[in-house]
Design a protein around this ligand. Structure first.
Ligand SMILES: [Zn+2]
Length: 261
């Protein structure tokens, strides 16, 4: 069996799992794999649970169809943008799993260090600002975030993950949804307890044994200053919020002084 046919079968299998696990409804979601300068992508209008190897569409890196009878997903622009940003990535998976999409719809990023398996693998899971699906707004909102993160919530929409191959990207999607489900349960039990900086630091020292690179798996900014620093996707927001609050303090002090004069 040639390599490309095996990749098509792997995409079919991941699509089947995605549909079986309720990560997508109807014909939603999309999967792609980069092979050299070709992209093998899932077709639009076919349920991800019932695809066949021959349904796949082959595109060039500009998104032009070069093989296949079906049309590619309208979200292919987001996939192409991720391949452009991440030379280390060979697969992109997008879906709408219920719990993770619930957090995305509430616009809550998963940034707290509360679960060992997440700190050592995905780190923080940031939120890309809302963008109209299937337009260039979506790739534009994802680009700055996916440079640092392998998994990203899409505000009021869903989740996108990427990896070295289709199973790697798919398992990250599974991990995000499992994490979001646990957080949802913890919330109903009074809320997750955040790990201490010492506990987080210990976990970060064993990240390498999980094959996790800090550059693409941001740490957490909510763990009492134990953030991995400027590699974190949330670092700039944190800095901006900090300087905005410093400015607010300055303005308040100035107003009090001038009122006293
Ligand atoms: Zn979608």
């Amino acid at each position: 069996m040639n390599e490309e046919f095996q990749i098509r079968l792997d995409i079919v299998e991941c699509g089947r799992r995605m549909y079986a696990r309720n990560y997508v409804a109807s014909n939603d979601g999309n999967i792609s794999v980069r092979v050299g300068d070709r992209i093998i992508a899932t077709p639009t209008g076919i349920s991800k649970g019932f695809m066949r190897a021959e349904d796949m569409v082959v595109l060039d890196m500009q998104g032009r169809v070069i093989e296949g009878a079906c049309k590619p997903s309208t979200e292919i622009k987001m996939h192409l943008a991720i391949y452009e940003e991440r030379k280390d990535v060979n697969s992109v998976v997008h879906a709408h799993p219920v719990h993770a999409t619930g957090f995305a719809t509430a616009q809550i990023e998963l940034k707290d260090c509360v679960l060992a398996e997440i700190v050592t693998t995905l780190g923080s899971i940031p939120l890309a600002p809302y963008a109209t699906p299937s337009t260039t707004e979506l790739p534009d909102s994802v680009r700055p975030i996916i440079r640092h993160a392998d998994a990203c919530l899409l505000a009021n929409h869903g989740v996108v993950t990427c990896g070295r191959d289709v199973y790697d990207a798919y398992y990250k999607l599974e991990r995000v949804e499992h994490y979001a489900h646990i957080l949802f349960v913890a919330k109903s039990l009074g809320g997750a307890k955040i790990l201490s900086p010492q506990q987080v630091h210990k976990l970060e020292t064993i990240r390498a044994t999980y094959g996790t690179s800090d550059a693409h798996n941001p740490g957490c900014i909510a763990c009492h200053g134990a953030c991995i620093g400027s590699d974190c996707t949330l670092y700039e927001t944190q800095q901006r919020d900090q300087s905005a609050s410093d400015l607010h303090v300055e303005e308040t002090v100035r107003a009090i002084i001038s009122a006293k004069k």
